[in-house]
Design a protein around this ligand. Structure first.
Ligand SMILES: Cc1cc2nc3c(=O)[nH]c(=O)nc-3n(C[C@H](O)[C@H](O)[C@H](O)COP(=O)(O)OP(=O)(O)OC[C@H]3O[C@@H](n4cnc5c(N)ncnc54)[C@H](O)[C@@H]3O)c2cc1C
Length: 305
């Protein structure tokens, strides 16, 4: 990137938050991934809109990320600019919580509990940001983001315009939303909750956290469930029944605790992880005729399945 553009970026974002050749393993829960040419941590809607407009004007490729908890980045990294949404303000007004795209779901769920608001208990253990959760329509234990999101503030990358979309207009579906089809960036979201009992809300969150610890290999880096749930099946059961429990390539492995998780056992590369994913897909398709679709988002070169 030429010096002139870098100087313009520095007039928008503090230079301490503009990093060159930043290893993506530091920004993904898989703890893998090579360097991004440029990594920018954005702290406000103004910074996000101005930075995006600048990158668009200079035709520089970019990708937006949140907490990197559903992301597998190539070992060769990302040629372009990673924009990490770090705006994490949380405001409460009656039963409504408004949160910046970078706010963590666990913090918002904690705020809801503090204010005796029910509806976000399901999200308390999902290690993602508001932005990632809106894009993915994150869900767990019978709840989904679409049940509580009332409106979303977006930046339209095509027009550079900031707009608000209602929940209906977000076209939420299983692990998808309109942001998967249209180049929007999530800037902020509003959640409409209901009055509840603080002790009961806390108890439910504690119970869900316990169930996660019991069932999920939280002691290893991962991106949660690697595959979407195929209609009529459970990915983890299909993988186990295909004899792939513990199947490994390099440092990556199908978790023995929960076969739906591919885990990094310590020194995995993204290429080890993709290799496990490819084998799992082909073996499950061969044995059961079911094609597993990854829930995890792949970024960079050599990441085709
Ligand atoms: C241990 C573990 C357990 C998990 N359990 C669950 C679970 O129970 N349920 C569940 O649904 N998920 C689960 N996940 C997956 C993950 O936490 C969710 O998908 C989460 O919503 C991703 O949010 P993120 O901020 O980390 O997104 P990222 O991984 O950073 O990004 C995911 C996708 O969203 C895009 N994106 C992110 N932010 C924005 C934005 N502001 N604007 C536009 N695009 C954006 C990225 O480009 C990417 O395509 C789990 C992950 C782990 C590691």
């Amino acid at each position: 990137m030429n010096i002139e553009i870098t100087e313009q970026l520095k007039s928008i974002v503090d230079s301490s938050r503009i990093l060159a050749d930043e290893p993506m393993r530091a920004h993904t829960t898989f703890r893998t991934g090579g360097p991004a040419d440029l990594f920018i941590m954005l702290k406000s809607i103004k910074e996000a809109t101005e930075t995006v407009r600048l990158l668009l004007a200079h035709d520089i490729d970019f990708t937006v990320i949140g907490n990197g908890s559903n992301l597998l980045v190539s070992d060769s990294g990302y040629r372009g600019c990673i924009l990490c949404m770090g705006m994490d303000d949380i405001k409460t007004e009656g039963a409504r919580i408004t949160a910046g795209a970078g706010a963590m779901l666990s913090r918002i769920a904690g705020t809801a509990c503090e204010n005796s608001l029910t509806g976000l208990e399901f999200a308390s253990g999902i290690p993602g940001s508001v932005g990632g959760a809106i894009v993915m329509n994150a869900g767990a234990y019978g709840g989904e983001i679409k049940d509580v999101a009332s409106s979303v503030t977006l930046l339209d990358i095509m027009t550079g315009e900031v707009l608000t979309r209602s929940a209906e207009e977000m076209e939420f579906g299983y692990r998808t939303s309109i942001v998967k089809q249209y180049p929007y960036i999530v800037l902020e979201a509003c959640f409409e909750l209901s009055a509840g009992d603080k002790a009961e809300i806390k108890e439910k969150m504690d119970d869900l956290a316990r169930r996660r610890r019991e069932k999920q290999p939280l002691e290893y880096p991962s991106a949660g469930s690697t595959f979407k749930r195929p209609e009529g099946y459970f990915a983890g059961k299909l993988i186990e029944d295909a004899g792939l429990k513990g199947f490994s390539a390099g440092g990556a492995s199908v978790s023995e605790k929960h076969c739906g998780f591919v885990i990094n056992k310590g020194d995995a590369t993204s290429s080890d992880i993709i290799s496990v994913i490819r084998t799992v897909r082909s073996k499950v398709a061969e044995k059961f005729g079911v094609t597993l679709e990854p829930e995890v988002v792949m970024l960079g070169e050599d990441m085709q399945l």
